[in-house]
Design a protein around this ligand. Structure first.
Ligand SMILES: C[S@@+](CC[C@H](N)C(=O)[O-])C[C@H]1O[C@@H](n2cnc3c(N)ncnc32)[C@H](O)[C@@H]1O
Length: 207
């Protein structure tokens, strides 16, 4: 499947074409916090990175970033914002159902990257092969409780993070696994009290 034939990419291109900085320009709060766990000069894979706000934050902190997203519009915008500050980062225009080039990363970051169940499970299963030993997975997603708030995120129950399912899927030591009700303010689409799941999972060093 070429990137252009990704239905998901076309769908998200439609959204990003209508608006700029859809989720704001500031990094996600949990990414900002969890960045404190990263060793200097980490190699980081950002899944569903969109317009690049989280990647830009990580670049500013001195990390190396590889982004993945199916939206060409978001990719182009992210690369422009990186270049504006003289950063360069690899940005893979591809659907997460495709196979990533081989490599390992010190961290994998996923923010609001809500995927259909089968694909989400595949992605979670791949985390241990993507992470180097001691590497961390940092993620935030909306839980089904978010349907009560209606302040952003998917409205399709299947796409939301059911903590009991997610806990079983992630093949890492879960250092942080917390349901939150917190105020989210990210662009026009994520505004207000929200129900989220925040995760830090670590690939343990084998003895
Ligand atoms: C809600 S946006 C979040 C963007 C970014 N993580 C942020 O927080 O600003 C979800 C992103 O995931 C991407 N995405 C969704 N499903 C995908 C898939 N199957 N493969 C690749 N990217 C996908 C979309 O293109 C979109 O950029």
């Amino acid at each position: 499947m070429s990137a252009n034939s990704s239905e998901t990419g076309a769908l998200w291109d439609g959204l990003f074409s209508n608006q700029i900085n859809v989720y704001g320009t500031e990094p996600n709060d949990f990414v900002r916090l969890a960045a404190g766990l990263l060793k200097p000069g980490s190699r980081i894979l950002c899944l569903g990175e969109g317009e690049g706000r989280n990647a830009l934050h990580l670049l500013r902190l001195g990390h190396q970033v590889t982004c993945v997203d199916a939206s060409r519009v978001a990719r182009d915008r992210a690369l422009t914002s990186f270049a504006r500050e003289n950063f360069s980062a690899e940005y893979l225009l591809m659907d997460l159902s495709q196979t990533l080039p081989s490599g390992t990363w010190d961290a994998v970051v996923s923010v609001w990257c809500h995927l259909p169940t089968t694909l989400r499970r595949e992605v979670h299963a791949k985390l241990s092969s993507w992470l180097s030993e001691g590497g961390i997975y940092v993620a935030e997603g909306y839980t089904p409780d978010q349907l009560r708030f209606g302040t952003g995120g998917p409205t399709d129950l299947e796409l939301l993070y059911d903590p009991s399912q997610i806990q079983q899927e992630i093949p890492l030591h879960l250092e942080v696994f917390q349901k939150t009700e917190r105020f989210v303010s990210e662009g026009q689409r994520h505004q207000g009290m929200s129900a989220t799941l925040q995760i830090v999972g670590r690939k343990m060093t084998s003895k």
